[in-house]
Design a protein around this ligand. Sequence first.
Ligand code: MG
Length: 230
Amino acid sequence: MIQAILFDLDDTLYPEADFCRGGFAAVAEELERRGAGPAAAAQELLESIHFREGRENVLDKASARLGFSAGWVPELVGTFRRHEPDLTLPEETAAALDDLHRRYRLGIVTDGHADVQRRKLAALGLAERVDAIMIADDLGREHWKPHPLPLRVCCRGLGVRPTEAVLVGDYPPRDMAAAARAGMASVRIRTPGGYFSKRDKAGWPRADFDIRKLAELEGVLRRIPKQKVA
Ligand SMILES: [Mg+2]
């Protein structure tokens, strides 16, 4: 029987776009300070590249189009990462976590730079709503998902075996792959507007179930194949 639920953080418990917009605003202000033109125009360009073209090499592309030195990019990446996130936990997430917490142990397993993830978790007030938080980066960069170790450590913290837990996440190459390696079932959340919600590639590992919102989660937990569950 499933006794614990492990959640990914970004685009699973809150819209990561909110974090990105805040980071781009900080970068755009820095660009204006350095004389690269008005912040509003830079922010619009950064968001347009990220959300329409893809999130790879956003600052390099912006440097070519706005005409600022590519040598600034590493510092601007730092500006993006260090900005103080202004995030709100969606009401739907808060309600779902509180409801699920009556019947399940809850954990969070997140990738990303530890200090950045800590700021997000603090801004969202998530520590009070779950029983265990595992920032994979604290185990070393090589242990980010899809490495199964952070999932196993989180399960240990919750006092359950991996076969008694399920991972909920939005990005199959990291989340579903890590769950499979840890011997856990997984549920993919495709929140409308989420970066990966409509992206799919051949060869991505499959989740046991797909959902569109956390309110659908409990309904599918009972249907997880018996051979996966202790
Ligand atoms: Mg995610």
